[in-house]
Write a protein that binds this ligand. Structure first.
Ligand SMILES: NC(=O)c1ccc[n+]([C@@H]2O[C@H](COP(=O)([O-])OP(=O)(O)OC[C@H]3O[C@@H](n4cnc5c(N)ncnc54)[C@H](O)[C@@H]3O)[C@@H](O)[C@H]2O)c1
Length: 327
């Protein structure tokens, strides 16, 4: 029997496929694009989650599903695509899984099902009210509800994991990275905020831009530096394996991510020491990003122990940064 990994060409999916193959599993991928993975125990279906034919093909002889694939965007013009991939897509994948009578279904939800930008208490644990602010977070909450329904009404053995923000360590110092570019590099952040149409943020950021490459230390309107959880992809994969290996995780919903949040006021000088770029502190409109999420439940139920601290991630990021400068 086969394990299906959706989003198999993505950051976490690709690494999970490799880890499952290393355990001797037979694995199938489902993604819009090819993963590039070649292995005798791996095959893949290229197709969209809301394409019932492609999903049906992917679900053949499957005993467990890791539904990791999703569309991630915070651009207003992407909402229809978000709901098609993450809501209708998840419904179609779930329907096929029920028809195929799969034994286990694990779902990649997100910390954005909480109001991460405006938490009611810290650290955010699983008892925190679910009030997504972004359309993306809403699509994840709707996905969760469909999963809970399938568990309740069809007895599907479901596990919901609310992923923290996740990156490959090597992405941290890459100005072109989807996440780290805008998070840590001034000009990439300007482009991102222009895309979001956040005129006030663009004005504040442009005032700090002298046209030369620089890091940005994002702070809220009162000057409080941002703080958030950043997890290394390999820790997420370890968590996913721990979840599938733990019978007590059936029916559970857990936060999955690093233990310590990253304080940007501490992180940026360390990053700049590697890159040699200046750090521009910019006060951005609004309350900013300031949260930490508890992974205590996950650790207690599965023994999950993340090992990639931010400092350790930076060591690998530094190697990638230097290699890029040499090439
Ligand atoms: N990376 C993070 O910071 C983060 C944080 C919270 C939750 N998550 C969730 O974790 C999961 C994996 O994240 P990742 O970082 O590996 O993302 P990723 O963007 O690297 O990979 C997602 C994959 O899904 C595929 N995909 C998107 N829409 C599709 C569709 N309609 N049909 C088929 N395939 C489609 C993409 O081609 C891509 O390969 C996602 O569900 C994401 O929402 C990620």
């Amino acid at each position: 029997m086969t394990i299906l990994v959706t989003g198999s060409a993505g950051r976490i999916g690709r690494n999970l496929v490799a880890a499952l193959l290393a355990r001797g599993e037979k694995v199938r991928g489902l993604d819009l694009r090819a993963s590039g993975i070649t292995h005798s125990a791996f095959d893949e279906v290229e197709g969209a989650f809301d394409n019932a034919e492609a999903v049906g093909k992917a679900m053949r002889d499957v005993r467990a599903v890791f539904h990791l694939g999703a569309f991630m965007s915070w651009l207003p013009q992407d909402q229809a695509k978000l709901f098609a991939a993450n809501v209708e897509g998840t419904r179609v994948v779930l329907e096929a899984a029920l028809a195929a009578k799969v034994q286990r279904f694990l779902f990649a939800s997100s910390g954005e099902v909480y109001p991460e930008g405006a938490p009611e208490f810290l650290p955010v644990d699983e008892s925190h009210p679910l009030k997504p602010r972004s359309a993306y977070g809403l699509t994840k909450l709707l996905g969760e509800e469909m999963l809970r329904w399938a568990g309740r009404s069809h007895g599907l053995a479901v596990t919901i994991l609310r992923f923290s923000h996740t990156q490959d360590a090597s992405e941290l110092l890459d100005p072109e990275s989807f996440f780290s570019g805008p998070r840590f590099f001034l000009q990439a952040r300007i482009r991102q905020q222009e895309g979001f149409g956040n005129a006030a943020a663009v004005t504040a950021l442009r005032a700090a831009d002298d046209g030369q490459p620089a890091h940005v230390l994002a702070q809220n309107e009162k000057g409080r530096p941002f703080r958030m959880v950043i997890t290394e992809t390999r820790d997420m994969v370890a968590g996913l394996l721990a979840a599938v290996d733990t019978p007590a995780m059936v029916g559970e919903t857990c936060n999955l991510g690093a233990t310590e949040a990253v304080d940007f006021a501490e992180a940026l000088p360390k990053m700049a020491a590697i890159t040699g770029l200046p750090v521009r502190a910019v006060n951005l409109p609004g309350a900013g990003v300031f949260y930490e999420t508890s992974n205590a439940r996950m650790r207690k139920l599965t023994g999950f122990k993340p090992v990639w601290t931010f400092d350790r991630m930076l060591e690998e990021a530094a190697i990638a940064w230097r290699a890029k400068r040499k090439s």
